[in-house]
Design a protein around this ligand. Sequence first.
Ligand code: FE2
Length: 397
Amino acid sequence: MTTYTDKGEKPERGKFLRFHHVKFWVGNAKQAAVFYCDKFGLEPLAYKGLETGSREVVSHVVRQDKIIFVFESALNPGNEEMGEHLMKHGDGVKDVAFQVEDCDFLVKKAKERGAVIVKEPWIEQDSGGKVKYAVIQTYGDTTHTFVEYLGPYKGLFLPGYKEPLFRDPLLAKLPPGHLNFIDHIVGNQPDDKMVPISDWYQKCLMFHRFWSIDDKQIHTEYSALRSIVVTNYEETIKMPINEPAIGKKKSQIQEYIDYNGGPGVQHIALNTSNIIQAIVNLRARGMEFLSAPDSYYETLRQNLKRAKIKVKEDLKTLQELKILVDYDDKGYLLQIFTKPVQDRPTLFLEVIQRNNHFGFGAGNFKSLFEAIEKDQDTRGNLTVLTPERQGVPKAFY
Ligand SMILES: [Fe+2]
């Protein structure tokens, strides 16, 4: 595991501020939004559709504290762009939007350095205010939208969005999700693509390396992964980039790549300041999580006896809820991963609480992988790798 102290290049103008929202392209935006509201505690925030004059695409926007998800579907037959995306990837993340300062400058810089600009900067406005946007291509079919507020925005979400058509009375009766903000968003890449993609963030967006881990550290009996985390100068946006590594059986990263039809967002981590209450409530709402075996907690108890830090939370409760613990000499983090949130084994979510610890749970990757592999096996996808199979680097052919 490597942590990096060099913050790299400071943009001479402009700034990446934070994750603004995540946009999903799905088959049925209305129903997908309900799932995230019911299971995670998000609530309807805004809407765009036929009733508001949006004739081609419908958007359901849901929010919990600073977490905003936008679910979009095509309204008319023959929408090739959205149709092809759905055919290839299934329901999933289309765009990760960043709030920025000086959108024009950041786009110009990215373009000079070879980034593909999907949409040059443009402005939208309504009675709430004025917002500048631009869209830039990242890995696979995924994009980044830059969002710059040109003055204070007083509307519900962004220009053109109106009140949700319906607020489900059931939501007010459910226990709160206790989720506060997007901690990090992970992109899975095919073999050998992790370094070029993390280099792209460093070159085009002036991000820098924050943390990395290789397959010697992260492997199970069957499979392995490598990961590099890139972040903006202020370190407010964390984007881990993963790739599979050679193993005896198919890596879960490769399973993702196969079912997603290429690279894409693997998981979104949501930060909470009270993971115990959050997971009690999310479990009560019917969210399904991966389980660590009891042996994980036995080992953890032994190891914590020699640790320099003390975990404040009750270990018995953490064990009951299947929350994982990772730590170093200065702090610890608590985390748990959901099962895939659609039928394809692609996107899942993570809930994370940090206590002076800025890693990504490397100490838990092995048990996480083993839990995923158990599920992968039930899907018939923990297959033995032979040289003809995908997932084997060319060097091993
Ligand atoms: Fe994560």
